[in-house]
Design a protein around this ligand. Sequence first.
Ligand SMILES: NC(=O)c1ccc[n+]([C@@H]2O[C@H](COP(=O)([O-])OP(=O)(O)OC[C@H]3O[C@@H](n4cnc5c(N)ncnc54)[C@H](OP(=O)(O)O)[C@@H]3O)[C@@H](O)[C@H]2O)c1
Length: 460
Amino acid sequence: MLDTLGIALIGCGTVGGGVADVLLRHGDRLAARAGRSLALRRVVVRDPAKLRDVPVPADIVSTDHAAAIHDPAVHVVVELMGGTTTAKKVVLDALAAGKHVVTANKALLAEAGHEIFEAARRAERAVCFEAAVAGGVPIIRALGESLAANQVTAIQGILNGTSNFILTAMAERGMTYAAALAEAQRLGYAEADPTLDVDGSDAAHKLAILAQIAFGVTAKPTDISRQGIDTLDAMDIRFADELGYTIKLLAEAWTSGTRNAEPGVRNEKQPDSSGSALRTPHSALGVALHVAPVLLRHTDLLAQVRGAYNAVLVRGDVVGETLYQGPGAGRGPTASSVLADLIDLAVGRAQRTFAAAQLWSKASKGFAIEPPERVRSRFYLRLLVADKPGVLADVTRILADEQISISSVVQHEAAESGGSPVPLVIVTHAAETGRFKLALAKINRLATAAAPAVFFSMGD
Ligand SMILES: NC(=O)c1ccc[n+]([C@@H]2O[C@H](COP(=O)([O-])OP(=O)(O)OC[C@H]3O[C@@H](n4cnc5c(N)ncnc54)[C@H](OP(=O)(O)O)[C@@H]3O)[C@@H](O)[C@H]2O)c1
């Protein structure tokens, strides 16, 4: 048997506590899977006096990052403290000291991935991060290893369990956004400050990581067009439902022309039997990225993902469509992914995969990020307008001026919204986002517009 793999945990909270617990209680199982023992040598926390529900031996707990990193008996530094300042220093110091790194910190990778991965390549060490996206769902391995023969053409992810919990409560129990959020907080699915979850930032961090693996594009989370669910009105969930759609907060990346390809026609998602999908051209393609509430048909697999679960649908040019689903956060699921990375490092697989993948390197895979205004989509547009003759004609003329054709129009009765103004729901055929937004600005300036227009893109 190989020598023991020595581990330092930096952070022993929700996730770190879960990792320590399994290392301490299931050492034999892990050793059998890894072919060598995994030993918890050091635990670094902010407050060593804090009572913990994991029986970590007191003599290995400290506040001293440097001592843990430079301990010759430590081979892997597991960063589970969160944040991007001290965490970045810990990770870079660990790599410089010749240690492998495991992290669940999506914010850190999304913001400083390039610097961290260059440092790892220089040090000839690996950085593993299965837990950083979708918690217990093995999406990093799926993209980086299991689907390695494919060119991914599209990723659609429900990557934030808090938002999905809120949307499910609004859709299935008719709750308002505020009531659904309060319930999520009471049940521990949402933080006291839920901003990063509900405004799409957390999903954008995760999408930046997935886009890097699948397309080799480096997107800063701030470069990703982002709309959260925090301004969602229950009225739109109801109107979408009447049209046969469910609203989900999706993090999406797709190559040019693979979404809403033909006006009003569903995408061909599976390679056909002649193998034509295997010849999908993908040189110098644009990759569209966004996080937004999207209308999905009720029958779509992702529309059926309920509650706090995460799911990622990946389309590859060889495999067709694959779906990964599971718990996206929490102690056990996230620790499970961190421990899988530790076993991979113990076996020696992670080092080889890391070197081959060249993540966050300057080498281009032939993809570039598509400017958001160039992205084509069908749109759901909901207006609140004065109940007067000629209003619909004004709106359709503005849309026509921007070359946007309409698929359907539903005017809801005034009584439904408690009198004038009335809601008007328009579904468009595929149009460029830039042109759609120009039209929207003109519609909002109409004297008959009683409130700013609300719009969402459609997933089909
Ligand atoms: N929670 C999840 O479900 C989940 C899921 C996926 C990814 N993640 C990611 O995993 C990471 C950890 O999250 P978490 O939920 O486990 O956080 P947490 O419960 O707040 O735990 C953070 C831990 O880090 C320690 N810590 C904080 N600042 C420190 C410092 N300067 N030096 C040393 N230790 C410090 C804390 O020490 P004390 O215990 O002494 O306060 C605590 O043990 C984050 O990057 C998060 O985004 C979390």
